[in-house]
Design a protein around this ligand. Structure first.
Ligand code: NAP
Length: 248
């Protein structure tokens, strides 16, 4: 049996476990399993790998995307730039075990955003400065899109505060990406504090949140005739990319 899984803590609801269970069933993959491995401390990852000899790879979620780095033998260029890993491939041989880290959020975001962007989406606002924001900024840089981060604690030209978002700034940045968890179920009546009244039909708003499918952020954008995308496709694509890495 080929074993894969997810490490993090706590691990109550997991999109990945459900996704892979459905994938294995749909694609008649009977020799693979995807399990949840809640680790109270990241140092437990070493014994997990030792005691699960069938484990060939795993995903990583909050709070270990950065903490996993010292345990890896090698990491992809994107993971190095971002400083976070959400997928690890385990290579076992007689000479030892090698762990290689990847960031598949980058792939998922790029593949879901790229088909939707038009030449005039050349400047972006990225709301939030956490782990997902770093993957988003890395991708925007790769796509040649200039971006400005927006943070609750921003106070300079490179990182703005929400209170600095004027009509001019909203008109100048036709791509706006929410990488904050604000608006996630059950707090669906919340949304990032941007001036939605200045959105137009040229705007493209991307929310990394996938539950609910339409957040208040996206609903207000849709009501202003902007184009909207949620994080579902990104989530599926990053899972598929992990599968490709483990089995490539
Ligand atoms: P994170 O590291 O905790 O970062 C979230 C950032 O959002 C924080 O750094 C913070 O930035 C901002 N923030 C947090 N609480 C806020 C609040 N109450 N009001 C305004 N801003 C707030 O989390 P993450 O790992 O980056 O994940 C962020 C979101 O992306 C989550 O909802 C996650 O589920 C989603 N995500 C989706 C996918 C996908 O495939 N669709 C992949 C990865 C992540 P400031 O302190 O600078 O304001």
């Amino acid at each position: 049996m080929r074993l894969y899984g997810l490490i993090g803590y706590p691990l109550s609801h997991s999109f990945s476990a459900k996704y892979f269970a459905e994938k294995f069933e749909l694609e008649n993959i009977s020799d693979a399993d995807y399990q949840l491995f809640p680790l109270e401390n990241i140092s437990e990852v070493t014994s997990l790998i030792e005691h699960q000899p069938d484990l060939q790879g795993f995903n990583i979620t909050i709070p270990y995307k950065v903490a996993i780095l010292p345990y890896l033998d090698n990491i992809s260029d994107a993971s190095k730039s971002i400083g976070a890993v959400n997928c690890v491939k385990i290579e076992r041989s007689v000479s030892g075990t090698i762990l290689i880290g990847y960031n598949t959020d980058v792939y998922g975001f790029r593949e879901s955003l790229e088909p939707a962007i038009k030449p005039f989406h050349s400047k972006a606002l990225v709301l939030g400065t956490g782990g997902a924001s770093k993957a988003v900024c890395y991708t925007l840089h790769e796509l040649g899109i200039k971006y400005t981060m927006v943070s609750r604690t921003g106070n300079k030209e490179s990182i703005l505060n929400y209170s600095q978002l004027t009509e001019e700034i909203i008109s100048d940045n036709l791509l706006i990406i929410n990488t904050t968890p604000v608006g996630t179920f059950p707090e669906i009546d919340k949304c990032p504090d941007i001036p939605y009244q200045f959105l137009t039909k040229e705007h493209l708003l991307f929310d990394l949140i996938y539950n609910p499918a339409e957040t208040k952020f996206l609903r207000l954008a849709r009501e202003a005739s902007a184009t909207i995308f949620n994080g579902s496709k990104m989530l599926e694509l990053q899972a598929e990319k992990s599968w490709e890495i483990w089995n490539g």
